[in-house]
Unconditional design. Structure first.
Length: 363
């Protein structure tokens, strides 16, 4: 005979069993479904401009299409990010009213606005594109800025920066940073350059995005614990000054499997830029060589940066400052030419570090 107590226990067990089978499915789905969301932020003394959500719907869908077309062109299929839309497929634009007047946001806008928006939305999982309606029509003097590794992206609501195709370019570029793409000034047509007609992803960028969790909603990308890469510089510190091919060598190890290793460089007064990348098929340990671009040996200081993209789209990296100085070992080859040796110095040849910490941003 089943007493009321036992009967309720049975129901309880049944509920437990149901939970066992249903909850994990929901969890897996929720953990992988990462998307791009849009917030329209208006300081308290400015009016909402009701045409802006419609403009954004067109522009951000064009950005989504840009990535899909470029990924397909590079042989990765029509991979792109998911966008928060309503049941009619229209972009959801979350409104947010600032706690302060317009002028408050003229400086340090990224931090100030992110802090306020962060109290209303969980900005940890999704990438937020924040459209800031401030009268300067710039974000800290820039057309747009973004934090690496998940954003947010911040662009002005109005002005020349966001007009028509410029707006589409700008959003695609800043979103690229949030998706961990670095600047790439090798070709003015690359979206991560500062070119006037940006319309392409580089081979390196497309390959990197092919493992990005935002572009792989149905896979396990991004859900695996990230074992940091170890990056060690192997290059000899002494180098002939007139050497044509200045090659830097590194040992790279990553337990998650290496997908891509990137070489970036900045010389004085220039922003850091991607120089080249190499692809790997899930190996855990390799030695990579990168050639410095022609002319780089002239710079007295070269900031170099090695980034490792693992199979799940996680990034590790390490930068070195190479101080290039002439050594005393100047050898006279003949009366007409002198071969000068350079000393390459750098601190900490070994690195086990995560990069893209939340304070890092790019314009
Ligand atoms: Zn940029």
């Amino acid at each position: 005979m089943i007493t009321p107590f036992r009967y309720s226990s049975l129901i309880f067990i049944l509920i437990l069993l149901l939970c066992r089978f249903t909850v994990p499915v929901v969890d897996v789905h929720a953990a992988t479904e990462r998307m791009v969301r849009v917030v329209y932020f208006v300081p308290r003394d400015r009016p909402f401009q009701w045409n802006i959500p419609t403009t954004l719907d067109t522009q951000i869908k064009a950005v989504q299409r840009f990535y899909a077309e470029q990924m397909e062109a590079h042989g990765h299929g029509r991979k792109t990010f998911n966008l928060k839309t309503d049941t009619n497929g229209k972009l959801v634009v979350h409104p947010a009213t600032g706690k302060f007047d317009d002028t408050y946001y003229h400086t340090d806008a990224l931090n100030k606005i992110t802090k306020e928006v962060g109290t209303q939305f969980d900005m940890g999982k999704d990438i937020y594109i924040v459209i800031a309606d401030i009268s300067t029509e710039r974000i800290q003097g820039n057309c747009g800025i973004a934090r690496f590794d998940g954003g947010p992206v911040m662009i002005p609501a109005t002005g020349d920066c966001v007009q028509g195709d410029h707006g589409v370019d700008l959003i695609a570029h800043e979103l690229g940073h949030a998706l961990n793409l670095e600047h790439d000034f090798r070709d003015e047509s690359y979206i991560m350059s500062y070119g006037a007609a940006r319309e392409k992803l580089s081979v390196c960028a497309a390959s990197m995005l092919s493992v990005n969790p935002f572009f792989n909603q149905d896979g396990n990308a991004g859900n695996t614990a990230n074992a940091l890469a170890t990056i060690q510089m192997l290059t000899s510190p002494t180098y002939p000054a007139n050497e044509e091919n200045w090659t830097l060598r590194f040992n790279v190890r990553d337990m998650n499997g290496i997908h891509q290793v990137q070489f970036l460089l900045s010389v004085p007064r220039e922003a850091i830029s991607l120089i080249s990348c190499q692809s790997f098929n899930n190996i855990q340990n390799t030695t990579v060589e990168f050639d410095m671009p022609t002319g780089a040996t002239i710079a007295p200081v070269n900031n170099i940066y090695i980034r490792v993209v693992d199979q799940n789209g996680n990034i590790s990296g390490k930068s070195w400052t190479l101080n290039v100085t002439e050594t005393a070992e100047t050898k006279t080859i003949n009366t007409n030419s002198t071969e000068t040796y350079l000393t390459l110095t750098y601190d900490n040849p070994d690195a086990l570090v995560p990069i893209n910490n939340p304070t890092e941003w790019a314009g």
